[in-house]
Design a protein around this ligand. Structure first.
Ligand code: DMJ
Length: 574
């Protein structure tokens, strides 16, 4: 049964040697090899999307990968008939702006420099176009500010000699064009603004919670970099006004009127129209170190966990009563486990992430809306537009726990994207997850976020010795003490308790200074109580219970307490 002559032995050896080698590898080596293989695969995906954009769409905004053409989506969103656009308008290179930080993270400094110089010489915002303030803020302003920081960061040494803060100047110009949107009786900004002429006649006064509450990072950092306080003041005034509109349950609605400051839609959740509001409270605290942001976040987070949580899912509820309204999964909600990692609530993050991934596995991708009570897809929202949120949460969870299971989740996401959405001309959105019929659109966030988070999951070398926070569009902003009003006294990174390789985690973490401050409070009895973001008190102060729902979440471990047979809440299984 064994080969006799030397030639056959050679072939035999060639065939079995990979198996021998594989067996000789330690688990650690195997995971390292997998990470290398997967990061190469994600890099290829990014360049397939990027190169096709550069060939068929640049300098327009986004690629149409099926017809290999383009869309000027930044202005088309608000101007479907393109009435005022000059015929020579060529777009605002949105996908290029969105790709800048991903290029640096993937180590392609040459292309980053080329792109920075092109934008420095060609980009203008002096266009008669009605744009969406929220989208333009997170994609364009955030992309430019982040790229400016990367270009001037002394550790990167990029674009030396040729870069004279052109991107920051562009960002400042854009910031000035945003300011008239805030000129309302409430300080809440209009959702739409014309870049050249300001707020248009008869402009709608309806906007969303995210539209008012997710401007503080980009506009705040712009103020820090330019020394012009107006951007931060406008965003802060809007955020404070929005927070003042919360109900007595600390809940907010989804849509509102910027003229009257009244809610238009009282039902809300953690998904569309609201998501980044929560995200920016905690990230603003991390970037600017103001207790005000932490206090808002903590109250808002507790209210979400109390009124929206439904097992491992999150439903929507009426902000006035806390009564459930819709029991639906929306794909934007999948960012929530990532936010929970940031505040140290790993157990809750892990359990809701598993639920989102189970739906991903069931359909091959995450449908936009899924009716949890009826276990069926929403009849019209069956699409998957290459969204990043599940990949984002997977990255955060792996980063915090180093549990290799998350690498497998990432691999499954990468495989699905390659099997269902990759076409010759780029990556196409899915119109219907039941048929996998495609749609002719490659959203810029696929390059800014989806590819970036997948890449960072497998190769986080960019984050070594650096402390960055990612904006809601995945653009990195550094945590620097100069921007902190006051550095919080105690940063207790409680989520590292689960980390297996503590040394590496501390070195590699974008979150290593943050956050979940388990603040010691003086209790009435002279002892100390611990308060934290995940804490949900038991329903009764004496901790008695009849059913599980009477018990809350333990402040120090972030674990849900359960009701014992004797009728007391506690961590009985510990
Ligand atoms: C991105 O543009 C941002 O993450 C935003 O906050 C909402 N989601 C989209 C991508 O899904």
């Amino acid at each position: 049964m064994f080969p006799r002559n030397s030639g056959t032995w050679f072939v035999f050896f060639l065939l079995i040697s990979p198996t021998i080698l594989y067996k000789a590898m330690s688990d650690e080596d195997r995971w390292a090899a997998k990470k290398k293989r997967m990061s190469d695969k994600v890099r290829k995906m990014f360049y397939h999307a990027y190169d096709n954009y550069m060939i068929y769409a640049f300098p327009h905004d986004e690629l149409k990968p099926l017809t290999k053409t383009y869309t000027n989506s930044l202005v088309e969103l608000g101007n479907l008939r393109l009435e005022h656009l000059p015929p020579e308008y060529n777009g605002s290179a949105l996908t290029l702006i969105e790709s800048l930080s991903s290029l640096v993270i993937m180590g392609n400094n040459t292309e980053f420099e080329r792109a920075v110089l092109w934008l420095s010489e060609n980009l203008t915002f002096d266009i008669d176009a009605r744009i969406n303030l929220f989208e333009c803020n997170i994609r364009v302003l955030g992309g430019l500010v982040s790229a400016h920081i990367l270009a001037t960061d002394s550790t990167n040494r990029l674009v030396q000699g040729k870069y004279k803060k052109q991107l920051l100047n562009l960002a400042e110009d854009l910031g000035h064009r945003f300011l008239p949107a805030f000129d309302t009786p409430t300080g809440l900004p209009y959702a739409w603004i014309n870049l050249k002429y300001g707020v248009m006649e008869h402009e709608t006064t309806e906007t969303s919670t995210s539209g008012c509450g997710s401007l503080i990072l980009e506009m705040g950092v712009l103020s820090q970099l330019t020394g012009d306080p107006r951007f931060e003041s406008a965003a802060l005034r809007a955020l404070r006004k929005l927070w003042s509109m919360r109900s007595s349950l600390n809940l907010l609605g989804t849509t509102l009127d910027v003229g009257t400051g009244e809610w238009l839609e009282y039902s809300s959740g953690i998904g569309a129209g609201v998501d980044s509001f929560y995200e920016y409270l905690v990230k603003a605290y991390i970037i600017f170190g103001r207790d005000e942001f932490w206090r808002m976040f903590q109250s808002a987070y507790l209210a979400v966990e109390k009124y929206f949580k439904h097992g491992s899912w999150y439903h929507e509820a009426d902000m006035r009563t806390g009564q459930p309204t819709y029991l639906q999964l929306t794909s934007l909600q999948a960012f929530w486990p990532g936010l929970q990692v940031l505040v140290g609530d790993i157990a809750a993050a892990n359990s809701s992430h598993r639920e989102f991934f189970s739906v991903w596995e069931r359909f091959g991708v995450l449908p936009e809306r899924y009716l949890l009570d009826r276990q069926m897809l929403h009849p019209t929202e069956k699409y998957y537009p290459l969204r990043p949120e599940l990949a984002e949460s997977t990255f955060y969870l792996y980063h915090a726990t180093k549990d290799p299971w998350y690498l497998e989740v990432g691999e499954s996401i990468v495989n699905s994207l390659n099997s269902y959405t990759k076409v010759e001309g780029g990556f196409a959105s899915i119109r219907d997850v039941t048929t996998m019929q495609l749609e002719d659109h490659q959203h810029s966030f696929f390059l800014a976020e989806t590819c970036k988070y997948l890449y960072l999951l497998f190769d986080d070398s960019f984050l070594v010795d650096r402390n960055y926070i990612f904006t809601t569009e995945g653009h990195p902003f550094p945590v620097v003490s100069a921007w902190h009003e006051r550095l919080p006294e105690a940063y207790i990174p409680t989520y590292w308790t689960d980390v297996r390789d503590e040394r590496q985690a501390k070195r590699a973490s974008p979150m290593s200074l943050q956050v979940c401050p388990a603040t010691a409070l003086k209790s009435g009895l002279g002892g100390e109580q611990v308060e934290s973001a995940c804490h949900i008190p038991d329903v009764r102060a004496d901790h008695r219970c009849l059913v599980e729902k009477d018990c809350g979440v333990d402040a120090t471990t972030c674990r849900r307490r359960s009701c014992s047979m004797a009728g007391y809440c506690g961590l009985w299984w510990a």
